[in-house]
Design a protein around this ligand. Structure first.
Ligand code: NAD
Length: 297
């Protein structure tokens, strides 16, 4: 039975994951090496609860109870020693994740399930550095976690079916919709999404259409809530590039080769929303979608 959930990494995804577990009455240990990130995460969680309260989805009482369910830690060992489930949501870097999983294996109870929220790193590889590969699984939440319904549950090569089952039932308990997939590069979400984004960037690069036209066609023609170029800005162009490289290397197939325009934009530091410019420019406080001057005809 899962009662205490340790969330390792208190960034964008970690704070959202902590939010939904705390809201559903789990004890949450939120762990980050950076104390400032923990402070920021608690503020974000409170702000997101306020938004839910203003929409009438949550009562003030529930916010208080949820926040009281969260304990914070800067030390991994202390943060995971009583956990039934650990969800790692630290920076997307293979060496870092392998190091964290070695430490988790040493510090978390032997019975604990170790999950990773990685977008692209092999669960089988992560599991291989532990002595409990059968208890290692992927739990890929989507951003923003309190809003997005999907949890892509990833079976590593050695994951025990009972572990997958536990994680599936747990996701349902959080009000999410779990979908189980097998561990291959990009899983399903990114194996399909990233080539679409890459194709949109290639179409811009080849001069077939402009930023606004590409995004409008996909929004109005395919009923996507956001065009692929805007979505790429939102995800971060550096993240898109790194996932495309994982797909190309993992499948050994040049069809995943990132468009040279994407490579150039990342090299030039135009990473999308987080740097204020990608295919669009972003002004703090403004919701207006303005195409970057670079791509105006
Ligand atoms: N951002 C997204 O849209 C998204 C969506 C799905 C999955 N993911 C995945 O979720 C994970 C986290 O992404 P993010 O966007 O929240 O990143 P982020 O950069 O916002 O946060 C990462 C956090 O990890 C912390 N961290 C680094 N090393 C650590 C360590 N050794 N121990 C504890 N904490 C450590 C950092 O201080 C930081 O607060 C990544 O694997 C990413 O691929 C991200």
């Amino acid at each position: 039975m899962i009662r205490t959930v340790a969330v390792v990494g208190a960034g964008t995804m970690g704070n959202g994951i902590a939010h939904v577990f705390a809201q559903n009455n789990f004890e949450v240990n939120l762990v980050d090496v950076n104390a400032m990130q923990i402070g920021k995460a608690l503020q974000t969680i409170a702000k997101n609860f306020d938004r839910q309260i203003s929409k009438g989805a949550v009562r003030e009482e529930q916010k208080k109870e949820a926040l009281a369910n969260i304990s914070t830690f800067t030390g991994l060992r202390e943060g995971v020693q009583d956990a039934d489930l650990v969800i790692e949501a630290a920076t997307e870097n293979t060496a870092l994740k392998l190091k964290i999983f070695r430490e988790l294996d040493d510090s978390a109870p032997g019975s604990a399930i170790l999950a990773s929220n990685t977008s692209s790193i092999s669960i089988t590889k992560i599991a291989s550095v532990t002595r409990r590969a059968e208890k290692v699984v992927g739990m890929h939440f989507m951003n923003p976690v309190p809003v997005m319904k999907l949890v892509e549950v990833i079976n590593g090569f050695a994951t025990d079916p009972s572990v997958t089952h536990t994680v599936v039932e747990l996701s349902k308990l959080l009000g999410k919709v779990p979908c189980v997939v097998n561990d291959y590069p990009g899983f399903i979400a990114n194996k399909i999404l990233m080539p679409m984004i890459n194709e949109a960037i290639s179409s811009l690069y080849e001069g077939i259409a402009g930023v606004e036209e590409i995004d409008t066609i996909m929004k109005l023609g395919m009923a996507h809530p956001m065009g692929p170029l805007q979505l790429a800005d939102f995800i971060g162009l550096d993240v898109c590039l790194s996932i495309l490289n994982v797909l190309r290397e993992g499948f050994g197939n040049p069809k995943y080769a990132p468009c040279p325009l994407l490579v150039n934009m990342v090299t030039a530091g135009r990473l999308g929303v987080k740097t204020g410019e990608g295919f669009y420019t972003y002004t703090p406080g403004s919701k207006e979608l303005v195409v970057s001057g670079r791509f105006l005809k």
